[in-house]
Ligand binder design. Sequence first.
Ligand code: AP5
Length: 211
Amino acid sequence: MKVIFLGPPGVGKGTVATRVKDKLGIIQISTGDILREEVKKESDLGKKAKEYMDEGQLVPDEIVIKIIKRRVQKEDAREGFILDGFPRTIPQAEALEGEIEIDKVINFEAPEEVIIKRLSGRRVCSECGAIYHIKNIPPKKEGVCDKCGGELIQRDDDKPEAIKERLEVYKEQTEPLIDFYKKRNLLVTVDADQELNKIIEDTLKVLKSIE
Ligand code: AP5
């Protein structure tokens, strides 16, 4: 099963992907996570990507396309994957189309005010990347990851200026993908302004229908 999770920053793509992947026996490939790993390692790629990410801008297409082409060839991607955060531009979608056949694209939708609240309250584990929200999905102990005990931090791009920029970039460059995949009869919309368990249920319903 090869699926894409589409939707604005902060709509909950990563949260849903981490909770459905094991149930489906597939992996999650998040370009955001891969890039943040490179930033942490201070690799050449990471240094270059950080400038764009902190500003809320997209990393250039040629860089992310290369990352994804390599990643989907790996052994653990054989049974299938969720592409979380890729593609994000028409050139990325076209490059992907030339490489692999996608079974379904889930478009997660929520009002902008909900998204802004989710992003402003998000905290992530500095060790394992687990995602929390100070009010909606809090850890058992404030500031500490339930899964690994790591420190919870705020992402540099979750500051108000970068959030605003990311939402604008989404509208300009990523939203056109909704039509792109509608035309290919691949798009299904899931209401992401609901209780997390209901969103997971709706998502699994869509994905199990293509198994
Ligand atoms: P990336 O990491 O992909 O960021 P994003 O798309 O902006 O998405 P997020 O991870 O911010 O949001 P999400 O939808 O996964 O929401 P989450 O589950 O965390 O990318 C970061 C940067 O990397 C980009 O800006 C760009 O620079 C670069 N990049 C990445 N991919 C690229 C590409 N393809 N091309 C070019 N550049 C690329 O949830 C958000 C919050 O809401 C959390 O706090 C969560 O706890 C909470 N929450 C989730 N669901 C619910 C719910 N149902 N109810 C209440 N709260 C909820």
